[in-house]
Design a protein around this ligand. Structure first.
Ligand SMILES: NC(=O)N[C@@H](CC(=O)O)C(=O)O
Ligand SMILES: [Zn+2]
Ligand SMILES: [Zn+2]
Length: 425
């Protein structure tokens, strides 16, 4: 196993130091380190972060390998600075049995570019009717701890209560896609001024807020852990703030796109901007950014949602919702938060690793710690070219935008998955 000596790198924004990586761990840190057998990486001007952890990734395998595979999504993740991703269950077949989650877990190991932690479905087939085999998935080789019907809301309150109760036995968490389905029938975009002007059916903020309010009360009642996926409205932030003040065990994520893009993008009628929950208003963005800084929102999660060309380059009404995220998330975070490295490390690595219970991830580079880390060049700027992305899909909302920051290298247990900004395999 090759050793790596990273020279003069700023660890999470601190004064430059050297990092020696050997046998899968950070062996030593300090200025002026030498190691004749090590490959030297010049870290001048770079920032080392704990490897990023994505709590919300769609890898599309099994079933839609034309849009993404575990391998292509893993490569996109590594290039984005990630060392672990949690793979959503809305595949085909759905990841609602030990067999499917073990298959995804094994494919992740074989690709070897990031740790792929499968998420299990809450209900059989995501149909919202009966609980899936949560215990069997938890006991499987994939050791599932996060369960989600993402793409669908667990709308039935009795089922949601039972799911919350069930996962307590193994400290699991239910990740809810908060969308009251009766309030979003036929919805195409955020319900507001723009939807009225365009004549498109609206997805009101209250459809999200009502479910979050119900679920935090259910989580409080049964004393269980709830995680709220892709929070998108100012009102949701207020519900979460209230719940956290009461001591409810709730965590929440926001996506990069909900921190940056507004519903005005729908005026283009370009379905690349169609996503669930929909892009909201500038007021919502301001509230989401403040909540992220404050900690009412715990993490940034990408909701990387690759879609094949025929599912995206069609009429708005027929297009699938979702956008790519893994290869641009750090740049958007840097754009939105500035070089607040400790905050970025917390919201994109440490906190998601804690929520997911991923051992060896989310730890700042220090002696003895598994060498899961990424090196960022904060001064670089790059223009996003969809054709150059490692994802099999092209549905990035940032095409031809110039964004700050570039991932120079990523290490997974001491082995580079990205070097000189390129995937190693
Ligand atoms: N976010 C989306 O718009 N789409 C996701 C599902 C989801 O996250 O709800 C997908 O699977 O494509
Ligand atoms: Zn969702
Ligand atoms: Zn999703």
């Amino acid at each position: 196993m090759t050793a790596y000596l990273i020279k003069s790198v700023s660890v999470v924004g601190a004064a430059p130091t050297d990092l020696l990586i050997r046998d899968g761990v950070v062996a030593e840190t300090g200025a002026g380190l030498t190691a004749p057998d090590a490959t030297v990486v010049d870290g001048t001007g770079l920032v080392a972060l704990p490897g990023l952890v994505d709590l919300h990734t769609h890898l599309r395998e099994p079933g839609r390998e034309d849009a993404e595979t575990v391998e292509s999504g893993s490569r996109a993740a590594a290039l984005g600075g990630y060392t672990a991703v949690c793979a959503m269950a809305n595949t085909s077949p759905v990841a609602d049995t030990a067999g499917v989650v073990e298959q995804v877990w094994r494919l992740g190991r074989e690709a070897g570019l990031v740790d792929v932690q499968p998420i299990g479905a809450v209900t059989v087939g995501l149909a919202g009717e009966r609980l899936a085999e949560l215990g069997a998935m938890a006991d499987s080789a994939a050791r599932v701890r996060i369960f989600s019907d993402d793409g669908h809301c667990v709308a039935d309150p009795k089922l949601m209560r039972r799911a919350l109760e069930y996962v307590k036995a193994f400290d699991g968490v239910i990740a809810q896609h908060a969308e009251e389905p009766r309030l979003t029938e036929g919805a195409q975009m955020h319900e507001g001024e723009v939807s009225t002007r365009l004549g498109l059916t609206g997805w009101p903020a209250v459809a999200e807020e009502a479910i979050i309010a119900r679920d935090v009360l259910l989580a409080e009642h049964v004393g269980s852990r709830l995680h709220v996926c892709h929070v998108s409205t100012a009102g949701s932030v207020e519900v979460l703030r209230h719940a956290k003040a009461r001591g409810v065990k709730v965590t929440a994520e926001v996506t990069p796109h909900h921190l940056l893009l507004t519903d005005a993008k729908a005026e283009t009628y370009d379905p690349v901007y169609k996503v669930n929950p929909p892009l909201r208003t500038a007021t919502d963005i301001a509230a989401l950014r403040a909540a992220l800084v404050e900690g009412v929102i715990d993490i940034i999660a990408t909701d990387h949602a690759p879609h094949a060309v025929e599912d995206k380059e069609c009429e708005w009404a027929y297009a699938r919702p979702g956008m790519l995220g893994l290869e641009t998330a750090l740049s958007i975070a840097l754009d939105v938060l500035g070089p607040q490295w400790d905050l970025i490390a917390e919201r994109m690595s440490r906190a998601p690793a804690r929520i997911a219970g991923l051992e060896g991830h989310g730890l700042d580079p220090a002696p003895g710690v598994p060498a899961n880390l990424t090196l960022v060049d904060p001064t670089a700027r790059r223009t996003i070219e969809p054709a150059e992305l490692a994802s099999r899909s092209r549905n990035t909302p940032y095409a031809r935008m110039t964004l700050p920051g570039r991932i120079v290298a990523t290490f997974l247990r001491g082995e580079p998955t990205v070097l000189d900004g390129k995937a190693v395999k």
